[in-house]
Design a protein around this ligand. Structure first.
Ligand SMILES: Nc1ncnc2c1ncn2[C@@H]1O[C@H](COP(=O)(O)OP(=O)(O)OP(=O)(O)O)[C@@H](O)[C@H]1O
Ligand code: SF4
Ligand SMILES: [Mg+2]
Length: 397
């Protein structure tokens, strides 16, 4: 895969070389009910969220802000179930540096969408944020925002593609009409410029912009609708963009192409981007940093190439080993044994990965491992005393 140009001062861009093949996280399936955020917009379930904030100048006014950093601290999100309220996120902490693309990977049900929605304070009943904070530069703690302030914040700062956004366009209106509704709801002054920008974005993603804007949802394929969702998330020029599996309806090659384009736009506009994906190959190519989730925790987080090149957490190692290889020793991939936990089957004490972990010790069944950070690498595992970067490993060899 072609390496992309890289902005000065950013962390080194990962390539895909050290990731065998390109494959999905095993055992993945979509979890219904985690996407739509109600609001007054007529563009449901996709794009910059509804709000009344004025977007200064045109839709692509580059002065709309700078890339924000995000600090998630001890975030707990629970869902009401027949067994009571159970945690889908159990005290997640994660720092997202301004200007980076951070990938979130992990098996189905690990909490990726719940975390993404929490960044917009958009977890819907039967879920709720039960504790912790999400500080976004320029916005403050979004957990404390509500009503108009929250809607304004979303419109001005946050672009979002929901999981399964391809199914959530308004079937009764053309894409162009929905775009104009979106522009009006955000008080965009120059609607013709908004339409021009939308066409440009669609054409960069390989579509006939004018035709797509004239089309209704049913006239577009799933992959085309996903690209419309990405366009809607980018067209208002939000500086924090959150993409939850934005390309799952596309074939692998188109998927990689679209995500490269998203990366290019990220670099051109100076965004902060969070990208949820099941695909480790995609994550390797387009992300700067990678957070690995399991059982509602971030179990490992660091520079993408370091996490993939020398995974420290047993779960990250198992995930990487489970990727089918397309070259080299093709017999080497091993499926991850067991199943990921559900809300009802998470261990009540100790490490969330204990039931599948080959390194489990006695302490793992009673004490939850703390997250330890060293040199920009965070790992939560009793068997990993201090995560080491590849360079430090060499130094110690
Ligand atoms: N509306 C809901 N009601 C009850 N439980 C929910 C709801 N939404 C999500 N969950 C549960 O919360 C946990 C985290 O779900 P989430 O959708 O965040 O996972 P995910 O990592 O995005 O999964 P996927 O890869 O399948 O999209 C799962 O156990 C899921 O079953
Ligand atoms: S804390 Fe224990 S059970 Fe959990 S991943 Fe580490 S070694 Fe395995
Ligand atoms: Mg999800």
């Amino acid at each position: 895969m072609t390496a992309l140009s890289h902005g000065a001062g950013e962390p080194p861009r990962p390539g895909s070389a050290s990731v065998p093949g390109s494959a999905s996280v095993p055992g993945s399936a979509s979890v219904p009910g985690s996407a739509a955020v109600p609001g007054p917009t007529s563009v449901p379930g996709s794009a910059a969220l509804p709000g009344s904030a004025a977007v200064p100048g045109t839709a692509t006014d580059p002065g709309a802000g700078t890339a924000p950093g995000v600090r998630v601290r001890d975030l707990t999100v629970v869902y009401k179930t027949p067994l009571g309220e159970l945690p889908a996120l159990g005290g997640v902490s994660l720092t997202i540096a301004p200007g980076t693309v951070t990938g979130i990977v992990g098996e189905s049900g690990s909490g990726k969408s719940t975390l993404a929605l929490s960044l917009l304070n958009a977890v819907q009943p039967p879920g709720r944020i039960a504790g912790g904070s999400v500080e976004i530069d320029g916005l403050g703690n979004v957990v404390d925002l509500g009503g108009d302030r929250l809607r304004r914040a979303r419109g001005r700062h946050l672009g979002y593609v929901f999981q399964a956004a391809q199914n959530s366009l308004n079937p009764l209106k053309t894409v162009g009409k929905q775009l104009l509704d979106l522009g009006r709801s955000h008080e965009v002054d120059d609607l013709p410029a908004l339409v021009r920008d939308a066409k440009d974005l669609l054409e960069r993603m390989g579509l006939d912009g004018a035709r797509v804007l004239d089309s209704h949802q049913h006239e577009l394929s799933g992959g085309m609708r996903q690209r419309v969702g990405i366009m809607l998330a980018l067209v208002l020029n939000a500086r924090l963009v959150i993409l939850d599996e934005p390309t799952t309806a596309l074939d692998m090659i188109t998927q990689a192409t679209i995500l490269r384009i998203v990366r290019e736009i990220h670099d051109e506009r100076g965004l902060t981007t969070l990208m949820v994906t099941h695909d480790m190959g995609v994550a390797a190519e387009v992300t700067d940093r990678l957070a690995v989730m399991y059982g509602g925790r971030v179990v490992e987080h660091g520079r993408t190439m370091e996490v993939l090149g020398s995974p420290a957490h047993p779960y990250t190692r198992a995930l990487i080993t489970a990727i089918p290889r397309l070259s080299g020793d093709t017999g080497q991939s091993r499926a991850l044994p067991g199943r990921p936990p559900t809300l009802g089957t998470l261990p009540a004490r100790g490490c969330v990965f204990q039931e599948r972990c080959p390194l489990r010790m006695d302490i793992c069944t009673t004490v939850e491992p703390p997250s330890i950070t060293e040199n920009g690498r965070t790992v939560a595992c009793h068997a990993v005393e201090a995560p080491m970067t590849a360079e430090r490993r060499k130094e110690h060899a």
